[in-house]
Design a protein around this ligand. Structure first.
Ligand SMILES: [Fe+2]
Length: 206
């Protein structure tokens, strides 16, 4: 006999299969909720304004230009730990619930991943360095504005997906009404591979 609980579990398994097997937990390693971009709070208006400016300015030609410029790696040379310390003076304006120095964010992320995956040392390192691209906010790396360094990573050169946070602000992006860039595949072809897709010029992964 199948109980209601069994039926519920089966339904949940089916749903997970449909989502590619990825189960989204309700809380993170510290027992806190994940970020909510629509939740009201002191940082919400500033965060929303950040995304408005980001979505207006991240268009195909801009991304191409920036990749060429920063692909030269000719700004400055420093160690990983020096980069971490440099981030201590940076606050990510795109994050609705984080207003602590970035170095704390790097260490917290690495510790949380070490707790969940104690044997995967490569993953601890990945967590520690995942936001180092934010050094581009610093004068020694060109002092780029926040909208060109932090925020969401999404494809450009094709229609902006509705799942991107604060999607409505793309209406002011020059690519939004450009028929070369605003169709489902845009400048790409189906199955072209992610290596051939230009993503928004975001140097870190929230
Ligand atoms: Fe991060």
């Amino acid at each position: 006999m199948t109980s209601h609980i069994d039926e519920g579990l089966k339904a949940e398994e089916k749903k997970n299969e449909k989502d590619g097997g990825f189960v989204v937990p309700d809380t993170n390693s510290f027992g806190h909720n994940f970020r909510d971009y629509d939740a009201e709070g002191a940082r919400q208006p500033g965060v929303e304004n950040f995304y408005r400016i980001n979505h207006i300015n991240q268009y195909y030609d801009f991304v191409k230009r920036m990749r060429e410029e920063y692909g030269k790696f000719n700004k400055v040379e420093m160690s990983i730990w020096e980069c971490c310390e440099l981030l201590n003076h940076v606050v990510d304006e795109s994050d609705p619930d984080l207003d602590e120095p970035q170095i704390e964010h790097l260490l917290q992320t690495a510790e949380a991943i070490r707790k969940d995956y104690p044997n995967e040392d490569w993953l601890h390192l990945t967590a520690l360095i995942h936001d180092l691209g934010k050094v581009l906010l610093h004068p020694s790396f060109g002092e780029l504005p926040q909208w060109a360094v932090v925020g969401d990573t999404y494809p450009v050169g094709c229609a902006f997906d509705k799942s991107i946070v604060h999607h409505m602000y793309f209406q002011e992006n020059p690519d939004y009404n450009n028929t070369a860039y605003n169709t489902k595949y845009g400048v790409y072809s189906e199955g072209c591979g992610l290596n051939n897709v230009l993503m928004s010029f975001i140097l870190c992964f929230t």
